[in-house]
Design a protein around this ligand. Structure first.
Ligand SMILES: Cc1cc2nc3c(=O)[nH]c(=O)nc-3n(C[C@H](O)[C@H](O)[C@H](O)COP(=O)(O)OP(=O)(O)OC[C@H]3O[C@@H](n4cnc5c(N)ncnc54)[C@H](O)[C@@H]3O)c2cc1C
Length: 421
């Protein structure tokens, strides 16, 4: 497959100091004395690119395993991030594990005790979370909380610094270029989201069609509460094929409202994301009659966890969106970012303590991510396709189909496909 060409391209590089530029795919040979650089010990055990959920989880896990860790982020915290802000109970559990003294509810939040799927005819299927709530935590607050956790772990977090390229030796990643600085490390974790610097370095094509989703979100004040208070509401509608619209419980008076769609379906219709959001809001006038959008609506891409996985390279692990780990059915990526980040941080720290982060270690990490995230995501894409067929052909009119959906959604078997070993 095309994405593996990155691996071949890598192995074909001469044994020299090579920098893969962020801005172009062609490698740039640096005018540095490679024998001197090779002799130098890395300044850091682990360098993490990006301090979103994946990067923070990786950094805290690596530090807990004894590694000397540096985190670089081009943004300064607190900063907003385009997201639905829903953290599942599994995500909340990882935050509690990483930062026992800073659980999620210490940030502004809304507790979510149930999920509701609303069919085009208005009928609702609901699922109770039974004592394991999820939370809506605006990313402004969630990511600031995680960044605080990183600093509190004694990790150096450098903000406002963009990584521009990866440093390579003998086909292995040995550092990063940030500004004019070359920073060497025994292991690099790329957790810099979609369009990661590592994608350029590995000549990975940007995912398309069934491997990508798009979404738009806005904060809306004055949204009327529904008959399902405290529920995360997902609206399945014919114009949002392989996707849905959402209204999440308000935090500090602002509800996160948005529209999500898989790219192959989005591409077949001629409406933009802002038009889809406007049409979703108009279709639910009862909820938005007295509402006001605060700020502007924001769009962003979601790289879905569908094979083939990214290539394996010594010295480098891809976590979160950079590893393309978003669940296709729900568009959930925060748990996946935290989980893969935790695995990446632990793997990196153990490896640098032992023989080093070679391709074998990187492959074992990728295999574990595929088992925990990739395989369930494939199953959930099948569920998504089934749901798409039901909504498109209006099969939900039939009681037997509704009963099938009720059992599927209400009895947790969809969640079973996400369960982690
Ligand atoms: C509209 C929308 C709604 C969503 N809703 C939900 C939801 O409700 N629940 C859910 O679970 N998931 C949701 N997702 C998915 C979720 O937002 C992502 O999966 C998640 O943020 C991935 O975390 P991450 O740490 O991998 O990347 P990010 O959160 O994107 O963090 C990457 C970090 O890297 C930094 N960075 C980027 N490039 C560089 C560079 N060159 N140098 C240094 N730093 C860099 C960025 O500043 C950023 O801080 C949604 C996504 C979208 C687009």
């Amino acid at each position: 497959m095309a994405v593996f060409s990155g691996e071949a391209h890598f192995n074909a590089r001469p044994v020299s100091e090579t920098l893969l530029s962020a801005t172009r795919c062609a490698p740039v040979t640096l005018s540095v004395d490679s024998s001197r650089m090779a002799a130098r010990r890395p300044a850091w055990d682990v360098v993490v690119i990006g301090a979103g959920p994946a990067g923070c989880a990786a950094a805290i896990a690596a530090r807990a395993a004894g590694a000397h860790v540096l985190v670089l982020d081009r943004a300064r915290f607190p900063r907003p991030k385009t997201c639905g802000d829903a953290v599942s109970n599994r995500g909340a559990a990882i935050v509690a594990e990483l930062m026992p003294t800073r659980p999620l509810p210490t940030a502004p939040h809304a507790r979510v005790d149930s999920g509701v799927a609303i069919l085009p005819d208005g009928r609702a299927l609901s699922r109770q979370f039974r004592g394991a709530p999820g939370y809506i935590v605006p990313r402004l607050h969630l990511d600031a909380l995680l960044a605080d956790g990183v600093r509190a772990s004694g990790i150096e977090l450098r903000e406002g610094i963009a990584v521009r390229g990866l440093l390579l030796e003998r086909g292995c990643v040995v550092g990063v270029r940030a500004g004019d600085e070359m920073i060497r490390a025994a292991a690099i974790v790329a957790a810099d989201g979609p369009g990661s610097i590592a994608w350029t370095a590995l000549a990975m094509p940007y995912p398309r069609a069934r491997r990508l989703a798009v979404a738009i979100t806005a904060y809306i004040e004055g949204v009327r509460t529904s008959e399902h208070p405290g529920a995360a509401e997902h609206f399945f509608e014919p114009e949002l094929r392989a996707g849905y619209g959402w209204i999440f419980p308000a935090v500090e008076g602002l509800a996160n409202v948005g529209v999500y769609q898989r790219m192959d379906r989005f591409a077949t219709q001629r409406r933009s994301l802002p038009e889809l959001l406007a049409s979703f809001v108009a279709a639910h006038r009862d909820r938005f009659a007295d509402s006001r959008t605060i700020g502007r609506a924001r769009t962003w891409a979601l790289p879905l966890s569908i094979p083939p996985p990214p290539p394996v390279v010594g010295g480098l692990l891809l976590a979160g969106d950079a590893g393309r780990f978003v669940d296709p059915l729900a568009g959930e990526g925060i748990w996946q970012a935290l989980h893969s980040g935790l695995l990446a941080g632990t793997t990196a720290a153990r490896a640098v303590d032992g023989a080093g982060l070679d391709r074998r270690c990187a492959r074992a990490y990728r295999r574990r991510c595929m088992l925990d995230i990739g395989v369930p995501s494939l199953a959930r894409m099948l569920v998504q396709d089934t749901m798409d067929a039901i909504i498109t052909h209006r099969l939900h009119r039939f009681a037997a189909v509704r009963e099938f959906l009720r059992r599927g959604y209400g009895s947790d078997w969809l969640e079973a496909s996400k369960r982690v070993r």
